[in-house]
Design a protein around this ligand. Structure first.
Ligand SMILES: Cc1ncc(COP(=O)(O)O)c(C=O)c1O
Length: 379
């Protein structure tokens, strides 16, 4: 099946009672057993719930994976993956991760003896030089949040395989419609489903897709043991969101291209970060591994004071000033004080997250309104 068909049909339940075409919200914590162990495949809703199973199958299908696993947030999913590791293990991650991922790695898991290296992965020399017997995971966000850096998934996958390490790709920015990392050699693909998968800014959730049975079993064990699972109602919302993922992504990409044209010609704009630009250092890699370039754009203002930047992000009326991304409505953000505030200033500035940086999540509204809104905010 092609993407749109899988997004709409995968994971559906053939409801034996009513024939309902949408999986019911099984708002139940437990399931009756005829005798101990004699049940219909469901025992307790932390372990499994039919509404969640339907969504997990759907996410596996659109990521070309065998298994899907859903969590109460993207951070819950990331937490579960790192719990595969032991003290002494090392992770090589790209150095411009979402601030919350950096915080979890640097401030929480480091305490438990896991070592994290944060490096630029646009080229892989530095990452390769850090590989040693303890290297167990390569962690890649591509496109990265918020600098839109692109990492060559196939190339890191080769490096990871040589090191007998796992490659995890956070695919939140691209969404499965634009990029399927498992097809390029990743072992685990991860999403903040809060973003494009849900698509309507009304739910917080995380998701993982894996093809290897043994690895999926290990993550499911952690999912059940640690318990960061989503509610059946949230699973219903995300499954509903995914049904229009292909339609929404097409419009996000189309609108982003028009906004890029506008920003490229505006005299107040300094640097523009978007993988679809010919000038992007890894534009060719993006072209190879992505189907289009997505709806996320970052840019700097030439008059680079915090006041000037703050004034622009506070003046938009169609773009809402808010954290998060990937919903139908356009959002504008100031990474230095919002999504990436948990990264020390010196660290974030090294990778380009300066005070003058603005991030747009271009929504699916009429693009003329988006352009006019940015124009008035920049004037
Ligand atoms: C790339 C990326 N990964 C993971 C997360 C964490 O996801 P959540 O907010 O659903 O916990 C985010 C959140 O913004 C993100 O942007």
């Amino acid at each position: 099946m092609k993407f749109g068909t899988k997004a709409i049909h995968s994971g559906l339940i053939d409801d034996p009672i009513t024939g309902a075409i949408i999986p019911p919200i099984y708002q139940t914590s437990t399931y009756a057993q005829k005798a101990p162990g004699d049940h219909k495949g469901y025992e307790y809703s932390r372990t499994q719930n039919p509404t969640r199973t339907a969504l997990e199958k759907n996410i596996a299908a659109i990521e070309n994976a065998k298994h899907g696993l859903c969590f109460s947030s993207g951070m819950g999913a990331i937490d579960a993956v790192i719990k595969l590791l032991n003290p002494g293990d090392e992770v090589i991650a790209n150095n411009d991760l979402y601030g919350g991922t950096y915080r979890l790695f640097a401030n929480v898991f480091s305490k438990y003896g896991i070592k994290f290296h944060f490096v630029n992965m646009e080229t892989l020399e530095v990452a390769a030089s850090l590989v040693n017997d303890n290297t167990k995971v390569f962690w890649v966000e591509t496109p990265s949040n918020p600098m839109m850096n692109i990492t060559d998934i196939s190339a890191v996958s080769m490096l990871a395989k040589k090191a007998s390490a796992l490659l995890v790709v956070d695919n939140t920015f691209a969404s499965p419609y634009l990029q399927n990392p498992l097809d390029y050699g990743a072992d685990i693909v991860l999403h903040s489903a809060t973003k494009y998968l849900g698509g309507h800014s009304d739910v917080v959730m995380g998701a993982i897709a894996i093809s290897n049975d043994e690895l999926a079993e290990k993550v499911a064990y952690i999912q059940n043991s640690c318990g960061a699972i989503p509610s059946p109602h949230d699973c219903f919302l995300v499954q509903r969101g995914i049904k229009t993922l292909h339609l929404r992504m097409e419009r996000h990409c189309e609108n982003a291209k028009r906004i890029i044209d506008f920003l490229s010609n505006h005299q107040r704009i300094g640097n523009l970060y978007w993988p679809g630009l010919d000038s992007h250092p890894n534009h060719q890699v993006a072209k190879n591994q992505m189907r289009d370039f997505g709806g996320m754009i970052s840019f700097t203002l030439k008059d680079a004071t915090l006041e000037a930047t703050s004034s622009v992000v506070s003046k938009t009326q169609v773009f809402t000033l808010a954290e998060s991304l990937g919903g139908v409505e356009s959002l504008i953000g100031h990474p230095a004080t919002m999504t990436h505030a948990s990264i020390p200033k010196e660290e974030r500035e090294k990778v380009g997250v300066v005070d003058a940086l603005i991030r747009l999540s271009v929504g699916v509204e009429d693009v003329e309104d988006l352009r006019n809104d940015l124009n008035q905010a920049l004037s």
